[in-house]
Design a protein around this ligand. Sequence first.
Ligand code: ADP
Ligand code: MG
Length: 623
Amino acid sequence: MTRKQKKVLIRIIVSAVLVLGLQFVPVQNPQLKLALFLVPYLIIGYDILKKAVLGIVHGEVFDENFLMAVATVGAIALGEYLEGTAVMLFYQIGELFQSYAVGKSRKNITELMDIRPDYANVEKDGELVQTDPDEVEIGTVITVQPGEKVPIDGIVVSGSSTLNTSALTGESLPREAAVGSEVISGCVNMSGVLRIRTTKEFGESTASKILELVESSSMKKSRSENFITRFARYYTPAVCFGALALAVVPPMVRMAAGYEACWSQWLIRALTTLVISCPCALVISIPLSFFGGIGGASAKGILVKGSNYLEALSETAYVVCDKTGTLTKGVFEVTAIRPEEDVTEDQLLKTAAYAEHYSNHPISRSLKEAYAQPVKAEAVSDVEEISGHGVTALVEGHRTAAGNRKLMERLGIPYSQPDGIGTEVHVAIDGKYAGYILISDVVKPGAKEAIAAMKASGVKEVVMLTGDARRTAQAVADELGVDVVKSELLPADKVAEVEKLLDAKGKKEKLAFVGDGINDAPVLSRADLGIAMGALGSDAAIEAADIVLMDDDPQKIATAIGISRKTLRIVHQNIVFALAVKFGCLAFGAVGMLNMWWAIFADVGVMIIAVLNATRALRFGKK
Ligand code: ADP
Ligand code: MG
């Protein structure tokens, strides 16, 4: 509990004890009685009264404080001291509970993530000093002991160890780190001592970026939240005028009809409706539900950048996936090397690996892996990466090209027809065809189940888009059970395919695109929802996407959809429940069948139930 919350709690206790005590003191003098009751009333309600007055001064008249102030002052003016004070008391109990719940769920999220580093060990005069990570400059060597969190992104300069990424990815897949490997902040060092040269400032490091992202996610409001804000803007004044009418019209009508007016009876009813109609349960429980959903997701390594995206995710009808790196591992094995006559296998592989040296594409990485020798970077220049085609570069003075058939056609170089299934990398040197390398990728374990799970959770169609050749694409599609496959697409074609689907789908249906962030940033931003996968360590993908899956497990897509659906279910339950109770009570209150006690219990009760329901969103998949 914060200090502010503790202060409110003390006021609640003092005021409650005084009110209870006054029940046993028989005071006859009405002025004295009023004075005595004003003490606990002001103790508990002074800040609400102040806020109500300030609201009026600032022209924002109709808010909850105003409702409470009018209702309680009115009750006291009518001599209902106990009721007036009790309403204020329960209202404050409700507010306290709510601020506690919000604070707790906020804390939960960052705690669940548990990636905020507290210090960095910097060596000073031969000793390790715990330093505020904010003060560590780029290029400093920091030491991370076993059991500690890596505070800042960097490169290992000495030592080797295993890192646990579970706080970032939600899964405990250990990563090996040795001299030269890049490590990202937020991982926990499990075994050896690592010395790391930092490559980023603390604020630019992965852990800080992710925390920032999660914390700012509540700024992007969902439709449901906007609905409630707008609703409250019209609802509260409407209720106030309704109450005014209830206080004035029936007595006038009665007078006109020759009956006794009963002013105070109708005034009490009007005040009761004011208490009932306080919209706090809705106003608080809906953002809280979204907050819980986003928090529960981040604990599983799924970062959702705003409530609006969580809401859209729950309406996903089409999931469009990229193939390489998304559904397949993106780790290619060389299955055949077929050089032309005057070229050796080794030369062909070397040329390809050199040409691909600067590329980050999964194909390039696999070729470099297969070549298994260090590349002399100075031998490679003038590199041009043509997305969806391949690369061209000057390698040891020769114009070299490595890529698919499209690249060869573009360069006007005749190529051989490969024998065998796989992704083809054709190589040309100085405009002359040098042969091809066949590489093949494997589907990710769990990809098939992931697609089945998406369909089970209500996704209508799973589409696979790829720049790869038709035969390879079809083989993967058959293995995975995707509904539609489109192959040999350039990045621009992928955008066009997505646009076609966007046009064809229904208005309430959402289209999500899942990619690895390589070559697919335009599609990520064009889809209703861009989901980047395997984003750990890739800032570009984290920037471009609306939802970020920290690891590259396709099952997370289905998990994310599941969390979003659960969150939205809770939101709708809360809206319906709160409105039903409110309108029910209003009807009874207006005809005098409900006194102020019931009104305040209904208000606080609904709020507590709604908030408790909202916190369920935080837990997904736990029994
Ligand atoms: P995907 O849709 O499977 O993610 P991309 O759009 O990244 O594929 O690439 C499409 C095709 O373009 C690849 O299958 C490959 O044939 C070719 N290609 C792209 N980049 C490279 C590269 N760096 N080296 C060789 N071929 C490449
Ligand atoms: Mg790709």
